[in-house]
Design a protein around this ligand. Structure first.
Ligand SMILES: [Zn+2]
Length: 336
């Protein structure tokens, strides 16, 4: 996103929590305190406004958007939001612990208790009339606890607080810090994090390494995403590398947490080769896809020719989705 909003005075079209919505001709660029940044067409926003996402679906949709930053929503792919799987109770607990370990990476780092608690009064934002909300509370800092709702796919503050109190504090993964208002990750917590960061043989996530040019959007939405989902896994795509051309820690961590990687080599980008190579080095299976034309033009790096590609053509997305889920089930199996 190119803008750096300071006041979150609008509402997210998906979850209705505070957001900034910048109108760009045919679509809005939304930065939501919970869902994160995404774009949505005007038509899709109208459809969403008319439809009735249940609180559960809203929570799962926010979770999906946070997993897939800068996703573009239109009327064609809105249904993906309704189908987003969300997390079970234990996954919510581990998701919160992992998110905390990213923000507070050193042993003994102090976590301000309030930074984890979604202030209940802010929930009145959902019901407040336009302009009826105290402006000084609508900054990113004061609203940052909302992101944990999306990270944990929690419906509301009560559910998030349950995860915090029971899963993290009672089970001893977080413990009181040296001063009253603070918490810290305990030794047990760090052990669990280390365990989770081991290669994801038990994981239900699948990392997608693919080009992000608009031409490839249908490949993601109509083929790779549904194909992986049909085989029982949660697709994870992190596209920031496309913008800053570097492999960041989050990508490395996401690959490590995945059961396998789907890599599309149609544009033979260095980053994609790196991500696939990293996965292979960890012993994770990689399912390769490539556009017919790239294969015909001999554009795919030679060393990869020995692998058995799922070849696709523009428009043949349903077919690719089917072949992909079959390949996953046949070579990797459904999640345990
Ligand atoms: Zn939102």
């Amino acid at each position: 996103m190119k803008f750096e909003p300071t006041m979150y005075t609008e509402r997210c079209p998906v979850c209705q929590l505070p957001s900034v919505n910048a109108f760009k001709g045919a679509h809005f660029e939304v930065d939501c305190v919970s869902c994160g940044p995404f774009t949505i067409t005007k038509e899709a926003q109208i459809v969403l406004g008319q439809g009735k996402l249940s609180p559960e679906q809203k929570a799962n949709a926010s979770w999906f958007l946070r997993l897939n930053p800068e996703h573009s929503l239109d009327t064609q792919n809105l249904a993906m939001l309704n189908r987003a799987r969300g997390l079970d109770v234990n996954e919510k607990g581990t998701a919160l612990l992992l998110a905390l370990s990213k923000r507070y990476p050193r042993a003994g780092d102090l976590i301000l208790y309030n930074s984890l608690v979604v202030l209940p009064k802010l929930f009145k934002f959902r019901d407040a009339q336009e302009g009826g909300y105290p402006q000084n509370l609508l900054t990113k800092d004061s609203l940052s606890p909302f992101e944990f709702l999306a990270i944990c796919a929690c419906r509301d503050a009560l559910e998030l607080n349950w995860v915090l109190q029971n899963w993290l504090l009672k089970c001893g993964y977080l413990e009181p810090g040296p001063a009253d208002a603070f918490l810290q990750i305990s030794l047990e917590g760090w052990r669990l994090i280390a365990e989770m960061q081991k290669v994801g043989v038990e994981s239900r996530s699948a990392f997608i390494a693919m080009p992000f040019a608009p031409r490839f959007t249908p490949l993601f939405e109509l083929a790779l995403y549904p194909g992986i989902e049909r085989a029982g896994y949660t697709p994870v795509r992190i596209d920031r590398a496309e913008h800053n051309n570097r492999i960041d820690d989050e990508i490395i961590a996401a690959i490590r947490r995945s059961r396998f990687v789907v890599a599309d080599l149609s544009l033979h980008r260095g980053g994609i080769y790196f991500e696939a190579g990293y996965a292979l080095g960890l012993g994770l299976p990689v399912v390769w896809t490539v556009e017919q034309s790239a294969l015909d033009n001999n554009e795919v790096h030679f060393d990869n020719r020995q692998y058995n590609f799922l070849v696709w053509k523009e428009g043949g997305y349903d077919d690719l989705a089917k072949r992909l889920s079959n390949r996953i089930e046949a070579t990797i199996g459904r999640p345990r």
